[in-house]
Design a protein around this ligand. Structure first.
Ligand SMILES: [Zn+2]
Length: 342
């Protein structure tokens, strides 16, 4: 009997250590400590022993029972911990992984170019002044020396609204009138950036909506030399210190004299290439001395004041700077284009 108990103890301890999970552990409990378990059966058999052997066998059986129960609880606790640890590891979030960066947007290339232009003119003491995009015929045309029926109106194909005399501005020049009325009677220098609208066919060089930056300087003794100096400084700060400009006579109703300014080609430096169509020059803006009628419409006496104005397209400036061939990229919202300006 004692040998039998000893064997139960040895085998059961080995099996207990081999129990790999809680299910196996339960099987073990049933087979040794359960109602029909080996140890229980052995205890029941005690009564069949001779009287003198019973105390020793009973004591040993109880010791084994206690030892096995204790071992069972320890093993159960160890397996529970292991199961919990495994669960935590499998379902865990690894806090050491780098986070996903949020997708940040960036400024539109036109806006970026506008800001570069602001910087250049701010260095020369220009204010940035905003003015309305929906204009009246009076300010968009008449105040700028373009009375109804004036043939030069053909240069600005216009989006008219259903309200008579109200239109989408075709250029930023009506801002000249607003600026003069705001600053009158002081001398001033401003740039007037903003969107303009033309009822025109969309091509690689023209869009029906585009940005323009108008510049206006009004003061005493302002001459064409000031105009040339300011624009040359602009070209050099924007495109490099070696840039040169040339001025060609042109026509705008609101300036007299008027000119187109060309810059020597940034690619070939004037030798002639595909970009400059083998002329060596790139047209960058229109300009001129403010027409006396426009000065008067703004409230300034042309005998006392003079001024110059210019207008340029930031998209065109951006196209020249970055070798962009088609203006339609700017507003077609193709991310492959826009993301190159991130
Ligand atoms: Zn060239």
């Amino acid at each position: 009997m004692l040998q039998e108990l000893e064997q139960i103890r040895t085998v059961s301890v080995q099996e207990l250590e081999a129990a790999a999970d809680l299910d196996q552990l339960e099987e073990w409990r049933v087979s040794y400590l359960g109602k029909k378990g080996a140890l229980t059966q052995a205890l029941r058999g005690l009564g069949k022993l001779p009287r003198e052997e019973r105390p020793a066998a009973g004591q040993m059986a109880n010791q084994i029972k206690l030892a096995l129960e204790q071992a069972f609880e320890e093993r159960q606790e160890a397996l529970r911990r292991a199961a919990l640890a495994a669960e935590l590891t499998e379902g865990a979030i690894d806090v050491h992984l780098p986070g996903r960066a949020p997708a940040l947007g960036h400024l539109h290339p036109s806006t970026q170019t506008l800001r570069e232009i602001y910087d250049v003119f701010a260095q020369m003491g220009f204010y940035v002044l905003r003015s309305r995009e929906v204009e009246d015929d009076h300010t968009n045309f008449q105040m700028l020396n373009l009375p109804p029926g004036h043939p030069a109106r053909d240069m600005w194909s216009t989006f008219y609204t259903t309200r008579p005399g109200v239109l989408l501005r075709t250029h930023t020049s009506p801002g000249q009138i607003h600026a003069m009325r705001e600053f009158h009677p002081e001398p001033f220098r401003v740039i007037l950036p903003g969107k303009c609208y033309r009822y025109e066919q969309v091509t690689t060089r023209s869009e029906h909506m585009f940005y323009q930056v108008e510049g206006l300087v009004i003061g005493h003794n302002i001459t064409m030399a000031d105009l040339k100096g300011v624009l040359l400084q602009f070209a050099r700060l924007m495109f490099g210190p070696e840039r040169r400009l040339r001025f060609r006579p042109s026509y705008f109703p609101f300036t007299e004299p008027s000119a187109e300014a060309d810059m020597d080609c940034i690619l070939c430096g004037g030798k002639g290439c595909q970009l400059c169509k083998y002329t060596g020059w790139l047209e960058i803006l229109g300009c001129g001395m403010v027409h006396p009628n426009v000065l008067r419409n703004g409230g300034y006496d042309p005998d006392e004041f003079s001024g110059f104005a210019f207008g340029m397209g930031p998209e065109r400036i951006c196209m020249l700077k970055h070798g962009i061939r088609d203006i339609r990229y700017f507003f077609s919202n193709d991310l492959r284009f826009l993301e190159q300006f991130a």
